[in-house]
Design a binder for this molecule. Structure first.
Ligand SMILES: *[C@@H]1O[C@H](CO)[C@@H](O)[C@H](O)[C@H]1NC(C)=O
Ligand SMILES: *[C@@H]1O[C@H](CO)[C@@H](O)[C@H](O)[C@H]1NC(C)=O
Ligand SMILES: *[C@@H]1O[C@H](CO)[C@@H](O)[C@H](O)[C@H]1NC(C)=O
Ligand SMILES: *[C@@H]1O[C@H](CO)[C@@H](O)[C@H](O)[C@H]1NC(C)=O
Ligand SMILES: *[C@@H]1O[C@H](CO)[C@@H](O)[C@H](O)[C@H]1NC(C)=O
Ligand SMILES: *[C@@H]1O[C@H](CO)[C@@H](O)[C@H](O)[C@H]1NC(C)=O
Ligand SMILES: *[C@@H]1O[C@H](CO)[C@@H](O)[C@H](O)[C@H]1NC(C)=O
Ligand SMILES: *[C@@H]1O[C@H](CO)[C@@H](O)[C@H](O)[C@H]1NC(C)=O
Ligand SMILES: *[C@@H]1O[C@H](CO)[C@@H](O)[C@H](O)[C@H]1NC(C)=O
Ligand SMILES: *[C@@H]1O[C@H](CO)[C@@H](O)[C@H](O)[C@H]1NC(C)=O
Ligand SMILES: *[C@@H]1O[C@H](CO)[C@@H](O)[C@H](O)[C@H]1NC(C)=O
Length: 416
């Protein structure tokens, strides 16, 4: 039996006005963003450790060794702050780059010694940003080259994918997770830098296999596909971090929207934008009326299911990427651009209303790192949730859909 109050709440949600205007939330450009990030950035430890998630009560960052899949996100957040400073014509950009570089230094030993598996792609992100900032930076070139070779060595021509996770106890298994779509960009930039087109072909093969085996007919995704390493046959399709093997883990769905938009940008193969749209449509169609992105779309409503604000911000950045890809078509698909942009802004507004936490060290609360873990790790701040929040905010500025400061009214943008 559901308690009466909960049922009433559910009914209330069903009558919430859906014609509201989607407006970029002013918090997205609050001065608190730079002051919070700066305070943490100026507290660098020796040897270096990296914030990943906060505790659930006071929002204090918990620190992890560089050899952790998330350690690139705090440095790349500082490069995102430089991008923001540049977009807003502020003068403090260089100091953000200097901080981003300092925080990247602790990642350099990982080039020759890591247990990151496919996550070398995430950890390489600050070096990718440094490379775009200064294409002559040999440290960044060396890091990208080493991490790309590391990822490419995980490619199997039998399976047609890069291996996500090692399974030493199960030598015939070859596990691939949807998250891995995010790391294919490392192979593209690796191909650009080394001139080795094999990396690019491997990324395309991986994306093609993922289109076939990770995506269900309704546009939802499996988190995990296990292939037979010797034959390439699919052994099983299911989940690791989601609610069930047949459910849709929201963060995985969000990685997919972003990853396939990136594949389209890199190749212009129409199948990739079609796939990104299918994933995006499933995501936005399954957000409940209250606008809260749950940690898994199929997690039961009761007991109240934790949100995942990181899935929400990754999806927002992915939808803005997809919107830009729609606009890049010939002729531009302005309808698609409008649809995805409005949804991205709506998700950012709803997520801000839920999770903006001035009193925490993180920007946002209500992130779910891993709910099936024992004990569940939910309702924290998360470093990649904060990163994609800032990135989506930057993208809205560069798209001309928002302005820089909270004292300047953000532009409203149509209605859903
Ligand atoms: C500074 O960072 C260390 C870990 O590197 C952490 O233990 C400490 O709590 C941080 N201090 C503040 C004020 O955030
Ligand atoms: C930044 O400066 C450029 C060039 O002067 C101008 O076009 C742009 O509108 C300015 N952006 C902001 C956010 O003030
Ligand atoms: C190149 O980037 C690295 C970090 O990736 C940084 O430590 C170094 O200072 C940069 N070098 C130059 C010349 O900018
Ligand atoms: C490799 O990294 C681990 C920590 O992740 C460290 O304990 C070990 O000493 C490193 N090995 C070398 C050869 O640097
Ligand atoms: C390109 O990369 C592939 C895969 O890592 C490797 O086998 C090949 O030797 C490389 N080609 C060149 C010209 O370096
Ligand atoms: C990937 O799929 C595209 C069609 O979407 C096809 O043209 C291409 O040959 C495929 N490449 C690989 C390596 O599977
Ligand atoms: C998913 O299926 C696997 C077998 O393929 C099973 O071991 C696992 O317990 C299932 N996970 C859930 C969450 O039901
Ligand atoms: C698309 O890819 C090109 C390289 O082909 C890159 O310069 C550009 O930044 C990418 N666009 C986005 C939005 O990532
Ligand atoms: C959001 O987090 C707060 C605590 O930080 C919690 O009370 C609330 O139930 C959470 N809401 C959802 C939908 O996760
Ligand atoms: C434009 O985008 C929408 C939404 O992604 C899509 O349904 C439609 O097919 C696209 N139209 C064209 C002409 O590509
Ligand atoms: C969220 O995490 C807490 C702490 O680990 C746990 O007690 C709770 O059951 C989790 N919530 C749900 C709905 O799984």
């Amino acid at each position: 039996m559901l308690p009466l109050a909960f049922v009433c709440l559910l009914l209330l949600r069903l009558v919430v006005d859906t014609t509201a205007t989607a407006t970029p939330p002013p918090e997205l450009y609050s001065p608190l963003i730079s002051s919070k990030i700066l305070a943490i950035a100026q507290n660098e430890s020796d040897p270096p450790t990296y914030p990943q998630y906060t505790d659930r009560v006071a929002g204090i960052w918990q620190y992890f060794s560089p050899n952790t899949w998330t350690s690139g996100f705090f440095p790349v957040l500082q490069y995102a702050m430089n991008t923001r400073a540049e977009l807003c014509n502020e003068s403090d950009g260089n100091s953000w780059v200097e901080l981003g570089r300092q925080w990247s230094t602790g990642l350099i030993p990982l080039e020759t010694n890591n247990t990151l598996q496919h996550d070398v792609g995430f950890v390489s992100m600050p070096f990718q940003e440094e490379y775009y900032f200064n294409r002559m930076n040999q440290t960044a070139i060396d890091a990208i080259t080493a991490f790309a070779a590391d990822l490419d060595a995980r490619f199997s021509p039998i399976v047609g994918c890069t291996r996500s996770w090692d399974t030493p106890d199960e030598p015939t298994w070859f596990e691939v997770i949807i998250d891995n779509m995010m790391n294919l960009e490392l192979l593209f930039i690796g191909a650009d830098i080394t001139g080795n087109d094999t990396y690019r072909q491997h990324a395309i093969s991986h994306a093609n296999k993922t289109m076939i085996n990770h995506i269900r007919p309704d546009g939802s995704t499996y988190h995990l596909v296990n292939y037979n390493a010797d034959t390439g046959a699919v052994i099983s399709q299911g989940t690791h971090q989601g609610y069930s093997n047949s459910s849709t883990w929201t963060r995985g769905q969000a990685w997919g929207i972003y990853g396939f938009s990136n594949m389209f940008n890199r190749t212009r193969d129409p199948n990739y934008i079609i796939t990104a749209r299918r994933l995006a449509k499933y995501f936005v169609d399954h957000i409940p009326q209250d606008g809260v992105v749950p940690w898994d779309f199929n997690a039961p409503l009761y007991p109240p299911r934790p949100a995942d604000s990181s899935a929400a911000t990754i999806a927002s950045a992915g939808l803005l990427f997809l919107a830009n890809m729609e606009k890049s078509l010939t002729p531009p698909n302005n309808t698609g651009y409008d649809i995805w942009t409005r949804h991205a802004i709506q998700i950012l507004a709803d997520t801000t209303a839920l999770a903006w936490k001035p009193e925490w060290q993180s920007l946002l609360s209500n992130g779910t790192v891993n709910n099936p873990a024992s004990p569940p790790n939910n309702l924290t701040g998360i470093v990649y949730g904060d990163y994609y929040y800032v990135k989506a905010g930057n993208d809205l500025i560069s798209m001309g859909l928002a302005e820089c400061h909270d004292h300047v009214a953000s532009r409203s943008f149509g209605s859903l």
